[in-house]
Write a protein that binds this ligand. Structure first.
Ligand SMILES: NC(=O)c1ccc[n+]([C@@H]2O[C@H](COP(=O)([O-])OP(=O)(O)OC[C@H]3O[C@@H](n4cnc5c(N)ncnc54)[C@H](OP(=O)(O)O)[C@@H]3O)[C@@H](O)[C@H]2O)c1
Length: 352
């Protein structure tokens, strides 16, 4: 324990999540001393702004972690897998946003509003941040679970292009520019596909389309993203037997994931009781007045911090079940904000 402000390294500062992190670090209460910005050798020497100051990006190397207390990793899985242990071996607490360690039993998977106590349980010196789809619902589901006891979740996602990183954003923008001029498109099979051009990280055109796929192919036809929703929800809520079924779909939205959730609990839940619990929960906003056309949409939610919940209905078939529509900015709470919140919990260990 000391009273100095801890030193932070942000690895992946030039990426989609890293860019939002720079903004978040600039806006939140300043709990950091020095902030070092790190990316690949391609970006070394670039100048980025954080907290109103210009900072030169350094190439990832073991020495960048010397004197670092907390290292955030917003980089691809394989980079985190190799380098988070290097940071930890040099004395930093690594907070990792990739999928590399999420299901490692020696690495806590943390959402501060749900299980902040797990931050100290880090035998490898690494703390993991959940994937953006799980994060876009779990704060709200966690609040309902605390009150009513969750038993089953049936989830459909409507995921934004930026969930596939900067390449996903660039691909959707390029495709939109190509298809927008032609007002005949969308009437014949294959014409959007022919006009949209490069598919980028998606298996089908995303402009004028929806794509029922996110991630890589796993056993029995499941997509990796669907298994992440299942496994990560179980780990965060501490419910290894929670029944979870997810279908992940990509939609032509730049940023903000949406989900429908059919959630079943161990006791009866009315829509009003759910609204009350969600309305009082940290990090959740309820916007639920369909008579006035009020419900969350990605266009309104993007750039905000909370998880937004609307369309709250008690199931017509089972009074223990609710149907909900949720939206969360996948680059903020879905990635950078949650990582920043975890890192701040660790930072308090240095100053309290
Ligand atoms: N996008 C989302 O909604 C989201 C949400 C939750 C979690 N995540 C996870 O967060 C991580 C970053 O995602 P992103 O969407 O920000 O990706 P991105 O836009 O592709 O950015 C990747 C970042 O990693 C850096 N990088 C790549 N290879 C590197 C290497 N060998 N050494 C050092 N730095 C390297 C890049 O630096 P250069 O610019 O120098 O190449 C860039 O800063 C991924 O693990 C992703 O799964 C993303």
């Amino acid at each position: 324990m000391s009273n100095r402000l801890p030193t932070l390294a942000l690895v992946g500062a030039t990426g989609a999540v890293g860019t939002v992190m720079l903004d978040i670090l600039s806006r939140r209460e300043n709990v950091w001393g020095e902030i070092r910005l790190v990316a690949s050798a391609r970006s070394a020497g670039k100048v980025l702004r954080v907290r109103g100051e210009d900072v030169v990006v350094q190439a990832l190397a073991p020495e960048v972690f010397d004197g670092v207390d907390v290292a955030m990793f917003d980089v691809p899985d394989e980079v985190s897998k190799e380098w988070a242990p290097v940071a930890a071996a040099r004395g930093a607490v690594a907070v990792d946003n990739s999928g590399a360690f999420r299901l490692d039993p020696d690495v806590p998977l943390v959402v501060p509003e749900v299980n902040a106590d797990q931050v100290r349980n880090r035998p490898r010196g690494i703390i993991s941040n959940p994937n953006c789809t799980t994060l876009s619902m779990i704060v709200a589901i966690g609040a309902l679970h605390r009150e009513f006891g969750a038993t089953d979740l049936v989830v459909s996602s409507y995921q934004a292009a930026s969930g596939a990183g900067q390449e996903g954003i660039d691909t959707l923008r390029d495709q939109m520019a190509k298809v927008a001029a032609d007002r005949t498109l969308g009437t014949e099979a294959g014409d959007v596909r022919a006009a949209a051009g490069e598919l980028g990280p998606f298996p089908a055109p995303l402009a004028y389309n929806v794509v029922p796929w996110a991630g890589s192919l796993k056993e029995d036809g499941w997509a990796s993203e669907e298994l992440k929703v299942r496994n990560e929800s179980r780990k965060i809520l501490g419910l290894p037997d929670l029944r979870v079924s997810a279908t992940c779909v990509r939609v032509p939205v730049i940023t903000t994931h949406s989900l429908t959730v059919h959630a079943t609990f161990s006791q009866e839940v009315t829509a009003d009781a759910a609204r009350k619990i969600l309305g009082a929960a940290d990090g959740v906003e309820v916007l639920d007045d369909p008579a006035k056309g009020e419900f969350p949409t990605p266009a309104d939610v993007v750039g905000t911090d909370p998880t937004w919940v609307g369309r709250i209905r008690q199931s017509l078939d089972d009074p223990r079940s609710l149907d909900l529509f949720l939206c969360g900015d996948n680059l903020r709470k879905g990635a950078a904000l949650n990582t920043a919140q975890i890192a701040e919990v660790v930072a308090r260990e240095f100053t309290s």
